[in-house]
Design a binder for this molecule. Structure first.
Ligand SMILES: [Ca+2]
Length: 318
């Protein structure tokens, strides 16, 4: 794969190993596997400083991109071609601006059969009626804990609301539904999961994009490779951002110089608010179905059940 860049130095499209060109589209958002199930061809408009270089430099860089070794498959459905694929991906990541040191993260990555099994089994998960869906997610325990979080982090919520105009109960509902307020963020290596899914033939272009985004997060110093752990499909942090959304929407709200969506609650809540604001959130407007801000929840997750559950959950926190 290789990346084309526009005059602003942003990735416009990329060419997979077979030479097919994939168009870049605006973000469809979200962090849950259902996003990927229902979203279109993924996008990559990195704001990473490493990719913001003068056009001439980028053009020269692009010219250096070499064809994949003949031995590397474009994708594969078992582990047999994985190491050759990761070696080819590594070289092309370097050619597109990832440092050799960061790209070397791929050297020790192995194929994860468990991730593929989970990928194949997830599609029926969200095919259920809303009442059943909500009953499992908008629970008394989560509501009670959410109210505790609203008290505990009241001053932080004040600051986030002041800056982004997204109300605290919406952020709390998302935080609770995604990871039980940061308690369950996933324990798998994000690079390993994304490399496995990028190599896998089902959605190779999408996850190749996410893998490059994960490497870029490491390169810009937000997280170390060891710290990049998440859910099986590569979602990262307390509100489960896709790596590409992490690049676009994560903010450093605690001022330590890093956008840390795994360990920093201020960064998590502000970044989630930033995502919603970027997806059209109107301060002060309603967020229930039919109200203006419900559309921003559509940006968060393509599942209507999920959108409605967030709105329901939030209403119970008031
Ligand atoms: Ca930070």
């Amino acid at each position: 794969m290789r990346f084309g860049l526009d005059r602003g130095g942003q990735v416009k499209c990329f060419v997979n190993l077979d030479g097919a060109i994939y168009k870049v589209t605006p973000p469809s958002g979200g962090s849950d596997p259902i996003h990927r199930e229902r979203s279109n061809v993924p996008n990559f408009r990195s704001s990473a400083r490493s990719l913001r270089r003068p056009l001439a430099t980028l053009t020269a860089l692009a010219a250096l991109v070499v064809a994949a070794p003949a031995a590397a498959q474009q994708c594969g459905n078992d582990a047999s071609g994985f190491s050759a694929w990761t070696a080819a991906f590594k070289q092309q990541a370097i050619a597109s601006g990832i440092s050799p040191q960061v790209a070397a993260t791929l050297d020790s990555v192995t194929y994860n059969t468990q991730v593929i099994k989970l990928d194949r089994g997830q599609r029926a998960t969200f095919k259920t009626d809303f009442a059943s869906f909500a009953a499992k997610r908008v629970t008394g325990g989560r509501i009670s804990k959410g109210k505790q979080m609203l008290t505990k982090h009241a001053r932080l919520f004040d600051a986030v609301e002041a800056q982004y105009g997204v109300p605290r109960e919406i952020l709390t509902a998302i935080w609770g539904m995604e990871t039980d307020y940061g308690a369950v963020t996933g324990k798998l290596s994000v690079v390993r999961s994304l490399a496995t899914l990028a190599y896998d033939c089902r959605r190779s272009p999408f996850f190749s994009n996410e893998l490059l985004a994960a490497l870029t997060i490491i390169q810009r110093g937000d997280k170390s490779p060891k710290d990049m752990v998440g859910a099986w499909a590569g979602e990262v942090g307390q509100t489960q951002f896709l790596a590409s959304n992490y690049l676009k929407y994560a903010v450093d709200f605690d001022g330590d110089g890093r956008r840390d969506l795994i360990r920093s609650t201020p960064d998590v809540l502000a970044s989630t608010a930033n995502f919603l604001r970027a997806h059209g959130w109107i301060p002060g407007a309603g967020y229930q179905p039919g109200e203006p801000n419900f559309q921003a929840l559509v940006g968060w997750n393509k599942s209507e059940n999920y959108q409605r559950a967030i709105a329901l959950f939030a209403s119970k926190l008031n």
